[in-house]
Design a protein around this ligand. Sequence first.
Ligand code: SF4
Ligand code: SF4
Ligand code: SF4
Length: 410
Amino acid sequence: MPAVHNWQLGREMTYRYDPAYPKLQFAAVFNINRCIACQTCTMACKSTWTLSEGQDLMWWNNVETKPFGGYPRNWDVKALKLLEQSNPGKQTWSGKPGGPKDAPYGKFDGKTLFEAADGDQQVVSGYIPTDEEWTAPNIYEDTATAYPKQGVSLPEHSAWFFYLQRLCNHCAYPACVAACPRNAVYKRPEDGIVLVDQERCRGYRKCVEACPYKKSMYRPTTRTSEKCIGCYPRVEGSDPATEGLPTETRCMSVCPGKIRLQGLVQIGDKGVWKEDPKNPLYHMVHIEQVALPLYPQFGTQPNIYYIPPRWVPRPYLRQMFGPGVDAAIERYTNPSREMLGILQLFRASQQIVFSYELVKGPKVEEVVVDGKTREIFNDTVIGFDSKGKEIVRISVLEPFVERPGYLNSI
Ligand code: SF4
Ligand code: SF4
Ligand code: SF4
């Protein structure tokens, strides 16, 4: 099998196809710390794409409560178990996080799901969930590991839960693409969105079996597999609502918690992101390394990145997001001026922000976070669209507006 470079693992790995990369890649950063589990994203996707017959149990976007929740049930525990069984006790990392962008988290020395496959019957180690496992997308909502009488405090809570927002990762090395015997699943060269060709698909469910995130789903009425389409008419600007400009997807643009920022990032040699320090996603993923991939050890090089939750025990988070967790939480807790500016861009515009600029403002206060005194500056961040036109301008401090007295009278 061909060798490809997986920068999230800091090494080469085997994949079914020769390396081929899109010019731009659909990507997003989700700030777990801000999610309120309102499921607005889930319903926006559902009401747009999966309201038809046979799609009843399909949730292309879902938000589950960790550690117990999962859609389908226990999807991640089962994938981790497959890896552990094929390589007992050796699913480990070496080196140090904070490295160059072709190996930012050190080196993964274990096996990916491609490397754990038997090679004969399977190109990806996987499983097909039972019907039962798809039936309760929000099971264990808000269920914590314990309910302590005395409360909990940072840096780590002894009793905890958090919300994990999930959709197809439009992976750089999609397991669904590798597994399909009909070549019905493909990755678009213009934006890296992964789609299932409904004409070619025969419903063998190899993609359902292979995707470790379980984001390819079978539709019994058409006998084909379906998955998140990355709202491609919005991303490519062909939807009439977009006025021709790349626009964020339905699940991203509706988020009231302002946890999601979507982008299209430039891809260079070996699938590594091109140097683009003024792209907010590039800044968070590669410069500050505050946003991390979900289960990078699976090997698909997913393109949704997460700012990890501050209060959750670190061993759990390291297993989920890799060894960069501690540094990411430290940087998020004590953000740079640049990072604080970028955080204001989340949900400030429906159009995709391709670059940003930070205009420095005056110091406005000092705050103590985790025992450290921090200075807060009222900087202004400006976001630009694909053509370099300003689409949003927002300051760190929210403007204070006093309503005229007559509006306050009853
Ligand atoms: S819409 Fe935003 S805040 Fe609400 S559940 Fe989805 S990601 Fe979380
Ligand atoms: S998340 Fe799953 S369905 Fe989506 S591209 Fe990756 S392997 Fe395919
Ligand atoms: S990107 Fe579009 S299709 Fe995919 S989960 Fe979000 S709303 Fe659904």
